[in-house]
Design a protein around this ligand. Sequence first.
Ligand code: GAP
Length: 443
Amino acid sequence: MDELVALCKRRGFIFQSGDIYGGLQGVYDFGPLGVELKNNIKQSWWESMVYENDNIEGLDSSILTNPLILKYSGHEDTFSDPMVDCKSCQKRFRADQVPPECKEEDLTEPRQFNLMFKTNVGPIDDGDNFAYLRPETAQQIFTNFKNIIDSTSKSLPFGIAQTGKAFRNEITPRNFIFRVREFEQMELEYFVNPGDDEEAHSSWVQKRLDWWVNQGVPMKSIQLYDVPKDELAHYSKKTIDIMYEFPHGVEELEGIANRTDFDLGSHSKKQSELNINASVTKNKDSNSKLAIQDENGNWVVPFVIEPSAGVERGFLAILNEAFSVEKLPDGKERTVLKLKPHLAPIKIAVIPLKKNNAEMVACAKKIVKELQTLKIGRVVLENTGNIGKSYRKHDEIGTPVCITVDFESLEGKGVTLRDRDSMEQSRIDSNNLNEIISSKIKL
Ligand code: GAP
């Protein structure tokens, strides 16, 4: 973990937020390379959900959340963690995360602590006019269910996908970006006919595993945890957690829950007409029936399968898998991030052999401009004048391909292509560059 944290800071992936003022615990900023990697992870998820499935639609809902949503979802009553104080070190911990130095007899009895952030809305700060910062992206998917059905004419099974920020006032944020107070989720709510839920659940577990493998997180680093009944969230009939071997231990990367008809049932009006399976609180405030009519005119509240992944945890897992330190034949070491090309923050670096040779630099810039038209992501000019150093830097940040422009390039004799993983160099005709690059950086 220490090596990853150091690399992230040194190369501009991740910084402690507000660090010039001492930072803010559990909050991080993503730098120039971090924002690219994060966007690429979210884009890959979005493509696998929305673009590759005709029956999945996207959504981008608000972060500020009407408190009634989180009342009926159950979050106001149940979204809490047990907290204890240590009378000796004067610190506060989540009850299951007390460090071994704190003695049992110094700890207070656990008290429940709600994890939702509240903020004042409008000019009067009297405690009544507030909204929550959403603790998960899922809830506004449920509250938009009718809007989306009405505007897209979907029938079961279909899904609504959303990526975006979520906020939790974690008692003990820790392990770098693993447990933080502000993070992003990638959530799908997949609506199915009751009775089809168990099969859909198993199928989504497999699809999500395949997706992680395609991002460079291999099955050997993954374990599945079938969450026991007494640990299930209040809405879940069954949850399989995808557990990953993080540098600090095996912990949850993504959860795939069978949420039954709990959510739509909870947020619906006229619940008594709907034959809801789950045990829900009587809803006196909703103005919408969150159900659909079958061919016989009967109201059906769909069951929901929810694959829910954290972007930061994905980022950490992908970085951890890609990170390697290799011994070179000359005895030196190189650090290389073997990221899948579609995730790499920089796709191509074009390097002029001589930084002060105007013709060579102009030729390199022309190649950069041409490759940028391929829309494969960032293509940059690396004009340091030191080829060895440039290769090392781009190995360390995961750039899959470097292109070197030299004196022969100026005579129309092609450019050198250098592969990050094999370090092999090949001479190629500049006229074939676009085609070769497109095939190497498959998106
Ligand atoms: N809608 C369901 C839901 O939010 P969750 O298990 O509480 O379920 C889903 O969260 C995912 O969000 C987790 O698997 C994890 O990847 C991520 N996540 C949750 N809390 C987090 C935190 N404090 N910091 C970073 N990621 C978090």
